[in-house]
Every structure is written in C-alpha cells, then in structure tokens.
Design a protein around this ligand. Structure first.
Ligand code: SF4
Ligand code: SF4
Length: 90
C-alpha cells in the first residue's frame, strides 16, 4: 500500500459547510433575550458577540431575529449596562 492509498478508505464527508443562520431555531429555545432600549447605550458589543448573528443593527436601533436566536444568553452576559434581560420562552 502506498503512503496515500489509505485516504481512499476514509468515509465521505460533506464538502460544503452551512452557516447556522440557514437553520431556524424552531421551538426548542427555553429563554429569549429582550433588549431594553432605554438602557442600551448602543455599544454594539452584543452584536459582535452573538454567535448566531441574530442581533441586527440598522444604524439607529438594535433588534433580535428570533428565527435564529438560540437563547444562549451571551448577549445578556456581555452587555456592559445590563440592557438585555433573558426571559423564559413561551
Ligand atoms: S441569546 Fe445568544 S443567539 Fe440569541 S441574540 Fe443573544 S447571543 Fe445571539
Ligand atoms: S451590549 Fe447592551 S448596551 Fe451594548 S448595544 Fe447591546 S444591548 Fe445595547
């Protein structure tokens, strides 16, 4: 067997990677973030940290796309002024 022949024996794996933003969260999220616009200082830290790119910034205000938010709470933990509250889903 040549040095590379074993590579042919490896199982096939997908060659394309899909972004998480292509998959809607569905109904399994147990908590959701709520932005208090009165407390928000628009630092955009939550926008940077959201692993699902679910926080939208239009240049004036922030919003959360709950179709893709997983309720992980990172935005809540990173907000420096506690402007994001996590509330139970449903
Ligand atoms: S809870 Fe997680 S996924 Fe949802 S907006 Fe905050 S950081 Fe993004
Ligand atoms: S991290 Fe907090 S203060 Fe900063 S933009 Fe997000 S909600 Fe507003």
């Amino acid at each position: 067997m040549s040095e590379t022949e074993h590579i042919k024996e490896l199982p096939l794996v997908p060659t394309t990677v899909k972004l998480s933003t292509e998959f809607k969260t569905g109904s399994w999220r147990v908590q959701r973030p709520i932005i208090n616009s009165g407390k928000c200082v628009k630092c955009l830290i939550c926008w940077v940290y959201c692993p699902e790119s679910s926080i939208k910034w239009d240049g004036i205000s922030l919003s959360i796309d709950y179709n893709f938010c997983k309720g992980c709470g990172i935005c809540h933990r990173e907000c420096p002024v506690n402007a994001i509250e996590m509330i139970p889903e449903g």
